[in-house]
Design a binder for this molecule. Structure first.
Ligand SMILES: Nc1ncnc2c1ncn2[C@@H]1O[C@H](COP(=O)(O)OP(=O)(O)OP(=O)(O)O)[C@@H](O)[C@H]1O
Ligand SMILES: [Mg+2]
Length: 354
């Protein structure tokens, strides 16, 4: 077999898209304008996910994960705003398309299971009607509308795909367990077979067994659709079994991205190192530790390495004040390289000019 290489460089317009990636987030910024100042909740995040890849985004509460997820879907509400960057979905920049195009793109091409989705089902509406509403809302204006039978079949098929019996469609949310409600939220999200799915903490507030089952279902849905998945979570242990790639977020910035085995075997940044050390294990009895110190206020963050105040690595004020760069230290392994937060800095110092 020969590989044909086409040269598109002759095009007059620069081709910003990378067709390899299902979702390519570039230098994305999402800020909240508050009376006390600008909260830089997402501050220059870049990450890319291939079709069929499972990418988990982890980080402490308040690190900007949901802000990122909502903004990718263009669901940010004031005082939040997208302050810069691009979000390429199969090459189309979601930041710049019209509101109407975005409405049709949601669910059809990229779907979100929002944080707390199971609590936002309409309490006075049967499950089947909520799924149908989701489908109808996002059908393009010029496309034929499905009839009632088609819709009913579609709802039943979706419920079965997320592991629920079709009769659940006839129930109201209060008749469902938390896990069942989360499955309904997933059914709504996949109703138009999107190629990219964002799931924001789909298992929070569920017990451990149900968490596992929900993750399994999400995995089956991902495989069935060959979807790219951005899973948001804060539990490293839980995402470890699901993800191909892990991105670790701290105070609005990604500090490390790596294949899942690498992030556990060879994390380079002090923050993921501490996150992993704090995972309790069965064979090692140790007190549960958190990470010392507090996440900084996202208001007026200091320039430089935002993790420095909590980093256990000895460093000078100059090290902490140096703005770190996200560098690819080996294929697929990216790290915010700073002297204050990367113990092995000297090994990679040749990759940066500070
Ligand atoms: N409407 C808002 N106005 C001002 N600041 C906000 C608003 N919504 C979120 N923030 C701030 O943005 C930051 C990121 O919040 P976000 O909800 O994205 O975090 P998260 O990583 O999803 O946290 P969690 O794990 O708790 O879900 C927080 O500091 C939060 O206080
Ligand atoms: Mg969140």
């Amino acid at each position: 077999m020969t590989l044909e290489v086409t040269n598109e460089a002759s095009s007059t317009r620069p081709d910003l898209s990378n067709r390899d990636f299902a979702l390519d987030i570039q230098d994305f910024k999402v800020y909240y304008d508050t009376p006390r100042g600008i909260v830089k909740a997402v501050d220059g995040v870049s990450l890319a996910i291939r079709q069929g890849e499972r990418f988990a985004l982890v980080g402490e509460s308040g690190s900007g994960k949901s802000t990122l997820a909502m903004a990718v879907m263009r669901l940010t509400r004031p005082p939040g705003r997208i302050a810069g960057g691009n979000v390429l979905l199969h090459g189309t920049d979601l930041v710049s398309i019209s509101e109407e195009e975005m409405r049709q793109t949601r669910l059809a091409d990229i779907a979100l299971v929002p944080q707390g989705a199971m609590n936002s089902l309409n309490p006075v509406m049967k499950i089947s009607n909520q799924v149908i509403d989701g489908i109808i809302d996002h059908i393009p204006e010029d496309a034929p509308k499905p009839d009632a039978d088609e819709l009913e079949n579609r709802v039943n098929e979706l419920l079965v795909r997320v592991g629920l019996a079709p009769m659940v469609g006839q129930l109201y949310p209060h008749e469902l367990s938390g896990g069942m409600k989360q499955r309904v939220a997933m059914a709504i999200a996949i109703s138009l077979s999107p190629r990219v799915i964002i799931a924001d903490e789909p298992t929070s507030a569920l017990d451990v067994i149900v968490q596992r089952q929900i993750m399994q279902t999400l995995g089956q849905l991902q495989e069935g659709l060959d979807a790219a998945v951005l899973l948001v979570g804060h539990d490293m242990g839980l995402v470890a079994q699901f993800a191909d790639t892990v991105g670790v977020m701290y105070a609005g910035k990604l500090v490390e991205i790596a294949p899942v085995e690498t992030i556990f075997s060879n994390p380079l940044h002090a923050y993921p190192q501490l996150l992993i050390e704090s995972i309790p294990t069965m064979d090692e009895r140790k007190p549960l530790t958190g990470i010392p110190g507090l996440q900084p206020s996202l208001l007026n963050l200091p320039e430089g390495d935002v993790f420095a105040p909590r980093s256990p690595i000895p460093h000078t004020p100059e090290d902490a004040a140096t703005v770190p760069k996200l560098v690819e230290v080996e294929p697929g392994h990216w790290v915010q390289l700073s002297r204050s937060s990367v113990a092995d800095f000297n090994t990679y110092a040749h990759l940066v000019d500070y």
